[in-house]
Structures are given as C-alpha cells and as structure tokens.
Design a protein around this ligand. Structure first.
Ligand code: CA
Length: 242
C-alpha cells in the first residue's frame, strides 16, 4: 500500500488584511483539502471554514475505505457544505453572497478521488512533468475552451477573477469529481489562486523538481508567490506518494 506524506501551508500574502483560505491535511483519514473563501472578510473566512469542518466531520464518521465509500464521502462533503453555507447566508443577510472554491483529495488504496469547484487547482507532478488535473471554473477558462480568447496573456485579462462556480451560490452544486491511480513518486499539489495568479506553471514545476523535501517545496512555493507580489492569500497542500 503506498504511503502518503502530507504537508500544508497558508499565508496571508502581502496585500490582504485577513486570510480567507483554509486547508486540512489528515494522514490518519487519508485526505487533504484547500478552500478559498469569498464574500468579504468575515464571510469568506467562515465559508472556507464551514467547508473544512464539514469534510472533517464526514471523513471522521466512517472507517470504510472502499473506493465507493470514498467517492460518496467526497460528493456528500461538497453538497453538505454547500447547503450549510447557503443556510448560513439566508439566516445572516449581511453575509449574502458568501462562498468558497474548494479542492478535496482523498486516497483509497492505490487510487484517489478528487472533488473540485471554482478556481483553486489541483496539479499532479509525475516523472518531472506538472499536469493540472482540474479545469478552472472561470469565465476566462470558458472563453478559452470556446476559442474566443487564447490562453496566452490571460494573466492580465480584466475579467480573470470572474468565477462561474463556487460553493454557497446555488442549491444545486455542479461538482467536478475525478478519480485516478497513484504511483510511487507522484506529488499532488492543491492550491488557491493566490499561488497560481503569481507563479507560472513552469516555475511551480521547477520547484517541485528540486531535490529538497516536501516541506521545503511548500515553503518555496509560498515564498515565490510573495516574491511576485503576494496580492492574495496563498495556500498550498502537497502530498508526496512514497
Ligand atoms: Ca484567492
């Protein structure tokens, strides 16, 4: 059975006065998550915390590690957290519009299940190559897919921050659910857009390729985002498969 080494870091960045991101790493329960809150200070922070707490609750509730159960848990965590955030916003109108984007990666045997909503991302680094496993749910990404704009120069696109999907927006949540196999040597990266808006994929790949341990890699990713301006909160979660 492959062994996973988990590491997570979050940083407020250089421009924001609070950190609306959240992460959890749980080697015991075999999952990790990263979430990025939106909706203004207190509300954004609360939305990502609701997601994190809900996932923890659901994963702590069962010891069944079958693939079917893991997939069920990932789906359930997203839909329960979505309901909770919407209910909270209904009861607290000053928090209207609160939500979060989220990545949830759970392992079972030699496989994984990945839930994704929004513009946080999950990457897999394998054999020296970085691959983005998730598609951003953003207007810009949709326009790229429709061939309306090219993927170059979108970093400064005026509409790059428009998110098409997030938790806490609609009762019916469209979740991207991916699954795959893990191999020894794989390295998974979950991150908020505070990393990817600041640091290009080739630089991320270079850091993940370097001959340093996983904790140092996480530090370097955060340092690079800050060196590039640190405009937003930065969260990175790394899982190394041994
Ligand atoms: Ca963000």
């Amino acid at each position: 059975m492959p062994q996973e080494i988990f590491c997570g870091k979050t940083d407020i960045g250089l421009r924001r006065s609070n950190n609306e991101d959240a992460f959890i790493i749980s080697p015991e329960l075999g999952f990790c998550l990263a979430a990025d809150g939106m909706g203004g200070a207190a509300a954004g922070e609360l939305a990502s915390k609701i997601f994190a707490d809900t996932v923890l609750e659901i994963f702590a509730d069962s010891t069944d590690q079958s693939e079917k159960e893991i997939l069920y848990r990932v789906k359930k965590a997203f839909s329960f957290a979505n309901e909770k955030i919407l209910d909270h916003a209904t009861q607290n109108p000053n928090h209207e519009g609160m939500g979060c984007t989220a990545e949830l990666l759970a392992f079972c045997g030699d496989g994984f299940a990945l839930g994704h909503v929004g513009d946080s991302r999950t990457y897999r680094f394998r054999n020296g190559q970085l691959r983005q496993l998730t598609q951003d749910h953003t207007l810009v990404q949709q326009q790229i897919e429709e061939g309306l704009i090219s993927s170059e120069n979108i970093r400064n696109h005026p509409l790059r921050n428009i998110i098409l999907r997030a938790l806490g927006q609609e009762r019916e949540l469209a979740l991207d659910l991916l699954r795959g196999k893990i191999l020894p040597g794989d390295l998974f990266l979950l991150c908020s857009d505070g990393l990817t808006d600041m640091v290009q994929d080739d630089q991320i790949q270079e850091i993940l390729s370097s001959d340093i341990d996983v904790h140092r890699k996480a530090d370097k990713l955060v340092e690079s985002a800050k060196a590039a301006g640190g405009k937003d909160n930065i969260t990175v979660v790394l899982v190394a498969i041994a």
